[in-house]
Design a protein around this ligand. Sequence first.
Ligand code: AMP
Ligand code: MG
Length: 402
Amino acid sequence: MDLEEALASLKAQLLPISEVEHCALQHSRGRVLAKPVTAQLSLPPFRASAMDGYAIQAGKHDQILNVIGESLAGHPFQGDIGPGECVRIFTGALVPANADQIILQEEVSAREGRQVRFNVHSPSESYIRPIGNDLKVGSQIAAQGDVLNPFLMGSLASAGVSVVEVFRKPVIGVFSSGDELRDPGVAVEDLLAGQIYDSNRLTVMQLLATLPVEVRDLGRLADDAGAVSEALANGALDCDAMITSGGVSVGDADYISETIEKLGTLAFWRLNLKPGKPMAFGKIGNCWIFGLPGNPVSTIVTALLLVRPALATLAGTVADAPLRIKAKLTTPLQHQPGRREYQRGTFTQHAGEFAVSHTGDQGSNRLSTFHAANCLIEVDKETGDLNSGHWVNILPLTYLIN
Ligand code: AMP
Ligand code: MG
């Protein structure tokens, strides 16, 4: 299965969460709206001055006007303006009912006591913001599935919304697997021969941290069929989806795909993707399960390109397609036709053009190729080796982890 096919299949199978909860607006950042929101009032709700100046009745003024009061934001002037009269007014203040023009304070040539004199002219605009200029009562501010970001949260606050209805966050359990793994925190001198630190569990949890999901650390699976089966069966009871890494190839200690098949259904296993070939996907009871490959680079690539967009669907929203930018290779790039490949790269911008180089040896065990990188270089399955100067698609990492 190609990447796009796998992604389409994931999105088609993962039905969005339907439970709705109420959330205080100030705590709703990143959450997914469960219902459209419409404006309860127009904005501005009254005719408001766009400038500091003097409110007058257009056409009925002399060059010298009597200032009969003040209208400040939050402190409106009560009363009417007659001929030869004006009201001192400031930005955001309510415009008196029978005023239809603001004379900018810059137009005032002199102010003596309660009188102002201004230059006669025909203003190009009234400097009055009509009711509903920004937002009309009843109009839709946001749709179901919209993710609350600071801009939307601000709009909702301005429309008087203080509580939003959002989808429950799906619970995502994260496992790692492998008898060789030890927790970070164990002293280096306490590592036994053949042991390494577990990095995938932490990385995957971090890669999900910006999604509207609740991430749970479910620990590590031992390389034992019975233990894997018990842990996955238990995890499936509490989670909407689980993610494992490792144990999904065809080695003697690889139990993930056979356990998914035994306890539930294996929807697919193996992708036409490098790195990331042995990824598995299936369901145990009501819980989806993503079996990611164990090599840290493969774990990250599949988490970024498949798991994150799939979990966005589960959470009730739609992940944007990754941002792809054209960049010119500054190093030759090796690729054997057959599988779509993502290499780690570093891009820079010069005079409006992007240039990219890969980060060296692309072994899927080499996590160090990632922290030096700021993008993935996308190489299509039909492509062979590429010379420097060739244009390629790059996917900036910051957009993939946002
Ligand atoms: P596996 O598919 O389980 O054989 O794992 C493939 C490779 O990835 C092996 O070299 C594992 O030691 C390594 N690996 C698997 N899981 C992790 C992990 N959580 N952290 C670091 N390396 C891992
Ligand atoms: Mg293993």
